[in-house]
Design a protein around this ligand. Sequence first.
Ligand code: NDP
Length: 325
Amino acid sequence: MKGVLVEKDDSGIRAELRELDEQQLPEGNVTIRVHWSSFNYKDVLAITGKMPVIRSFPMVPGIDLAGVVESSDDERYQVGQEVLVTGYGIGEAHWGGYAELARVPGDWLVPLPEGLTLRQSMAIGTAGFTAMLCVMALERGGVTPEQGPVLVTGAGGGVGSVAIGLLSKLGYEVAAVSGRPEAEDYLKELGAREVLPRSDFSEPGKPLGKERWAGAVDVVGSHTLANICASTQYDGVVTACGLAGGMEFPATVAPFILRGVTLVGIDSVQCKQPRRSEAWQRLVEDLDLAKLETMTNEIQLDDVIKTAKNWGQSDHRGRVVVSVQ
Ligand code: NDP
């Protein structure tokens, strides 16, 4: 089977597309012929070694995958069934989606939701699934479209683009934050009402500012997250899922103790199965698949390493699906 393998030696991390031995597949009771994977920020970090995402070497990266069951010792899954996996450490601690075959425990699988193709499920992928988890957290926190605008940062990226699509379809007024002025038309087509420059949020700000946002989806972290909390309305909800701008959180408690703002952490990797299933069902219902297609680019397995190395410099927008077969 063909796959991308990341190895580590004294000279550092090296990724290579090569022929792999099926015997090397990790433990698991379901083997899947991978048709599609996708490209996520974490895959860039894994392949380039910019952050220590990979916890055991050699590793097949790819933090999500969709395909067809090839063999199964799990009675819930039959040969020929279409399934997907996101998270649980695939591509980090357990071989992931950038190879023609994958083997995982059946507990990690989600049956392909009715209404989606395998390709669409990976066009959504980990990023889109995470965007849905953010939207569901806003709803649980009581944020409704009537309360005011919802801010989405890193808007041109995967999580941001899907979040805009979802929120606008659900009737929210979306304000998008992007570092790329040239992405304005794209973000408005996805459903953003206004597009704000990244620099409005990325510098150190005051503990409290004007109350602007009913809710927020933040993929950036650092000063951006602190400034969003400081400008969120009374009782508003901020969801934090990413660190594209930094891991630190240089904030004060003022928004929390003076305005009752809620900060919700979002993790897609170990997300429990009931919420996982609910999120996939909601994606079928609430994501405009035509919009999903406009935000999706396709690459081949052979392009994965080059794509990872160019990620920061490229003008990539939205989501990238990886054709594996
Ligand atoms: P992408 O690379 O597709 O998008 C990230 C976007 O963030 C970019 O397109 C850019 O948008 C913006 N950005 C990039 N660098 C910076 C910076 N230095 N400062 C501010 N903004 C920046 O990544 P994803 O959408 O896949 O992931 C986004 C984040 O969410 C990542 O940190 C990722 O690790 C995290 N994540 C977390 C998950 C979880 O389970 N918690 C799951 C999935 C992702 P623009 O050019 O429009 O400004």
